[in-house]
Ligand binder design. Structure first.
Ligand code: PAF
Length: 292
């Protein structure tokens, strides 16, 4: 596997692949790779001739007081994992390579509507930072396909809209969340959890699953959400949000939507965890939807 840190050799290498008619798949990451990232690489491997992973801890997507400084930087072990998963090229630029003019004056991309609320409501400017760096990587790599995890479901929706609105000729592939055996969604931030919080963390997924099942059996959404919030708080989580959204994260409309997404974010101490599940609400025979 080749590792590149600069833009000129990246462009040159990828141009040669394009000229040879090879399909390129991109897997953007911030490193500290776990099985969730490696599932993206495996998926990309099955879809393209050349797999490019990027490793860049993007300062633009961290708010003041967030964990940019603390975020684990593990280039050597990430490189080994990518090579073992048959990745062809790792692009790991420095901040000054991607943002040579500094962060203050960097041109940014805002994806309206879908960036608002949920994580975008608690992490102001976060999705502008994501949309900006992903646009940059799309321009530099010009992939045919790009793979993103469904764990960051709002991010995936932001990127799908970004690609549609800016006419990037890139197929966006969402890859299902990879979980630990106890159900906790894998995340680089799980490493921040102490032993007690790590033992408690799977209760987040359990409550989401319980809420999904309640909705599927006809419980009214407001009641199911409120019960889940209370159960999470009683278990020791601080709930940031717990919501149901419709397709493409549009507000959920019970009269129109039988399928939706249950999305949540909680804090355990200062560690923020996110997760989401597909939900189906029963549509009784005949007109309308009844929920008890
Ligand atoms: O999901 C992530 O790791 C990041 O948000 C991404 C997509 C690599 C952009 O920095």
């Amino acid at each position: 596997m080749q590792t590149l840190h600069d833009i000129a050799p990246l462009r040159e290498t990828l141009q040669a692949h394009r000229m040879a008619g090879r399909r390129i798949a991109l897997v953007p990451t911030m490193g500290n790779l776990h099985a969730g990232h490696l599932a993206l690489v495996e998926r990309a491997r099955g879809l393209a001739d050349v797999v490019v992973a990027t490793l860049f801890v993007n300062p633009l997507q961290f708010g003041a007081g967030e964990d940019f400084g603390q975020y684990p930087r593990t280039l050597e072990s990430d490189r080994d994992k990518l090579a073992a998963h048959d990745c062809d090229l790792l692009f790991a630029p420095g901040v000054e390579t991607l943002y040579p003019g500094g962060l203050e004056t960097q041109t940014q991309v805002h994806v309206p509507d879908v960036s608002e609320g949920l994580c975008g409501g608690s992490r102001l400017g976060h999705f502008d930072g994501v949309a900006t760096v992903v646009s940059l990587l799309f321009h530099l790599v010009q992939p045919d396909i790009a793979c993103f995890g469904e764990k960051d479901f709002q991010q995936l929706a932001v990127i799908r809209k970004l690609v549609a609105d800016l006419h990037f000729p890139i197929e966006i592939v969402g890859v299902p969340t990879v979980r630990a055996e106890d159900g906790l969604a894998l995340s680089s931030r799980n490493g921040y959890l102490g032993a007690d919080d790590r033992a408690l963390a799977p209760a987040f997924h359990r409550e989401l699953s319980r809420c999904r099942d309640a909705l599927a059996s006809g419980r009214a959404p407001d009641a199911a959400l409120s019960e889940a919030r209370q159960a999470l708080q009683a278990s020791g989580f601080r709930v940031d949000y717990l919501e149901i959204r419709g397709p493409a994260l549009a507000p959920f409309d019970i009269a129109r939507h039988a399928e939706g997404r249950l999305l949540g974010a909680v804090y355990l101490g200062s560690t923020r965890l996110i997760d989401n599940l597909a939900v189906s609400l029963p549509r009784p025979a005949g007109s309308g939807i009844r929920h008890g």
